[in-house]
Design a protein around this ligand. Structure first.
Ligand code: SF4
Ligand code: SF4
Length: 159
């Protein structure tokens, strides 16, 4: 009985060593984050942003479709008015990233491809208030927006 236990112990150690040996020369599957950043898919659901026109002007038309489709209540808040030429002017656009579940619904319904998701996943901050991003915190420059559109198969130049 004791001999059997010793034998099965040796067999189990051998199996463990074989598993270690099998993985010894394989490339590692882990990364030394944050020194090494992962290569993420273009479809990664990270921080939300607002693309602008190539000129840097607002692309958003204030239709509220993103806010209405969001399953998390009122975390997208938009206030807008129309100027003398009946063009939309976005007075306020905030997203409470701290309550966002990164479902991507808002990005799918936007009729002008304005609200998008970036690869940025480092969103930790020191207060809940700091996670409420406003229009300036959300908006990419015209140049950044063109780059984003080009990388994601959209027409880069938007007037
Ligand atoms: S990703 Fe989902 S939860 Fe986050 S703001 Fe968009 S619709 Fe709302
Ligand atoms: S769906 Fe697009 S255009 Fe409409 S309010 Fe949201 S970001 Fe602006």
């Amino acid at each position: 009985m004791t001999d059997n236990k010793v034998l099965s112990g040796i067999v189990e150690i051998g199996r463990g060593m074989a598993t270690v040996g099998k993985h010894l020369f394989r490339p590692p599957v882990t990364l030394e984050y944050p020194e090494v950043m992962p290569e993420l898919s273009k479809r990664f659901h990270g921080r939300l942003c607002l693309l602008t026109k190539s000129s840097g002007e607002d692309l958003c038309i204030g239709c509220q479709a993103c806010a209405r489709v969001c399953p998390c209540g009122d975390l997208i808040q938009i206030e807008m008015h129309r100027d003398d030429k009946k063009q939309p002017v976005i007075d306020r656009f905030t997203i409470d990233i701290g309550r966002c579940i990164f479902c991507g619904n808002c990005t799918e319904v936007c009729p002008v491809d304005c609200i998008k998701m970036l690869n940025d996943f480092e969103l930790a901050d020191y207060s809940r208030e700091a996670l409420v991003l406003d229009k300036s915190g959300l908006s990419l420059s015209g140049e950044e927006s063109d780059k984003y559109r080009k990388e994601h198969g959209l027409e880069p130049h938007v007037e």
